[in-house]
Design a protein around this ligand. Structure first.
Ligand code: PMP
Length: 445
């Protein structure tokens, strides 16, 4: 009852202050593209819980697969025995890997843990120590993942020293280069690859460099697809020097961008691929995929984790892969994506002074607002605002929430991000875009 919820809410003060929230109250249920709160509020979910419930809340086939597995075995520990969903999931994932060379799997619980594993693996198999990451990247909250995270100071403030041996280059995103959106993509790529060459000559010798880690679509850093030429350039450097290329597809993977994996847009083969989030539609599961030839170098028994590759999560993930095939999710994503882009571009056209950019891929889409001082002054604006709530983006997101739609901001720039369910109806997608338009118009009025 609601009086139970009211007294339960008192315990909110016993939850660590480190955890923030974008809404009040208690979320009680979710179905498809909507979630409900204890006070009867029903919200259209354009967050998918940070890109996780890609096939909607409580997808019947996924929930059933998990429930059935619960009655069979919940915890068949991976250092004790293989279990059936673990191996069945590998069988289903192999044919959708972006490259046939990716044939060796390790399942973990979260994206951060998978990143940790990828970094450890890269060091072990190359016998080298240093890691190169991207400015603006987000890879997680654990120590190693945090060390390669360069998206916001709030995550690591007061936490250092982090893992040593980490170097970074700019990601081809005009903000990261102190430029305006007009700088041609080819020039952005050339500058970033030049910085990589310099880094390898001045700071970390190729013979000391184990891996380059990159998000094929920069996520928390502002929703920027990596140009194919950039990923090709990274691949070429890796090939030349025996460095491993790690693709972090925790957010961009699993059909989110209109292909199973965003790196497919470039045709580049990663040496290690990391996935999580949409993989099990809400059950905790991540995966680190590499080549057997590389993982054969790991000592048997050197890896593990009490809950790694949980049987219920693996059973849910099998149902996710099945549903993605059966429900033609990729073609749905591509249809909804062009509808979303045209709706958002129309809002941009109507408000050119306020909306700077509409970008992304598939249903991983962002709108960036202009800072009052203009894009050229972005660095000043970011510096002035460090720690202070963003202005346009967070105000618009708040108005969307008041109007019944959950939506997130991201990055140190003025970015609102759209992560609707991949199987959202055209009607609900249109409704979400309309709520966003009303929110923008209320804020700029
Ligand atoms: N990598 C990327 C690209 C991510 O977006 C995230 C989560 N936002 C992570 C890693 C960390 O995943 P998790 O929160 O499951 O640890």
């Amino acid at each position: 009852t609601s009086s139970d919820s009211a007294s339960l809410l008192d315990y909110g003060r016993n939850v660590t202050n480190g955890l923030g929230r974008i809404t009040e109250g208690i979320m009680t249920s979710g179905k498809g593209s909507y979630v409900e709160y204890d006070d009867g509020r029903k919200m259209l979910d354009f967050t998918c819980g940070y890109g996780v419930t890609s096939l909607g809340h409580c997808h019947p086939k996924i929930s059933k697969a998990a429930a059935d597995q619960c009655m069979n075995i919940v915890h068949a520990q991976c250092n004790i025995a293989f279990h059936e969903p673990y191996l069945r999931l590998i069988k289903k994932l192999l044919p959708i890997m972006p490259d046939a060379s990716l044939d060796s799997f390790f399942f973990w619980n979260s994206g951060s843990e998978a990143v940790e594993t990828a970094l450890k693996m890269a060091r072990i198999v190359t016998g080298r120590q240093n890691i190169i990451c991207m400015q603006g990247a987000f890879h997680g909250h654990t120590f190693g993942a945090m060390a390669v995270t360069k998206s916001k100071t709030i995550y690591s403030k007061g936490v250092a020293p982090l893992m040593p041996g980490v170097f970074s280059i700019p990601f081809p995103f005009w903000h990261q280069l102190g430029e305006t959106p007009d700088l041609p993509e080819s020039a952005q790529v050339a500058r970033c690859l030049y910085q990589l060459d310099l880094l390898l000559a001045q700071q970390t010798a190729p013979a000391d460099t184990a891996a380059i880690i990159v998000e094929p679509v920069l996520g928390e850093g502002g929703y920027v697809p990596a140009p194919a030429a950039f990923l090709e350039g990274l691949r070429a450097v890796c090939d030349k020097h025996g460095i491993l290329l790690i693709a972090d597809e925790v957010q961009s993977g699993f059909s989110r961008t209109g292909k199973f994996f965003a790196i497919e847009y470039s045709g580049v083969r990663p040496d290690i691929l990391i996935m999580a989030k949409g993989l099990a539609n809400g059950f905790p599961l991540s995966a680190v995929v590499s080549r057997k030839e590389l993982t054969d170098k790991l000592a048997s028994g050197s890896m593990g984790g009490t809950y790694a590759g949980n049987a219920v999560s693996c059973a849910a993930a099998c149902a996710v892969v099945d549903a993605m095939h059966e429900e033609n999710i990729l073609s749905q994503v591509n249809e909804r994506s062009s509808e979303l882009f045209s709706a958002l571009n129309a809002i941009k056209t109507a408000h050119p002074a306020h909306i700077l950019d509409v970008r992304g891929r598939g249903l991983m889409v962002a709108v960036e607002f202009a800072t009052p001082a203009g894009p050229g002054a972005a660095h000043d604006a970011v510096a002035a605002r460090d720690g202070v709530a963003a202005q346009m983006a967070s105000r618009v997101a708040k108005k969307c929430i008041e109007r019944g739609m959950l939506i997130l901001t991201t990055s140190v720039y003025e970015v609102v991000r759209f992560l609707p369910p991949l199987n959202i109806s055209a009607t609900d997608l249109k409704k979400g875009a309309e709520i966003f338009r009303e929110a923008v118009e209320e804020v700029i009025r």
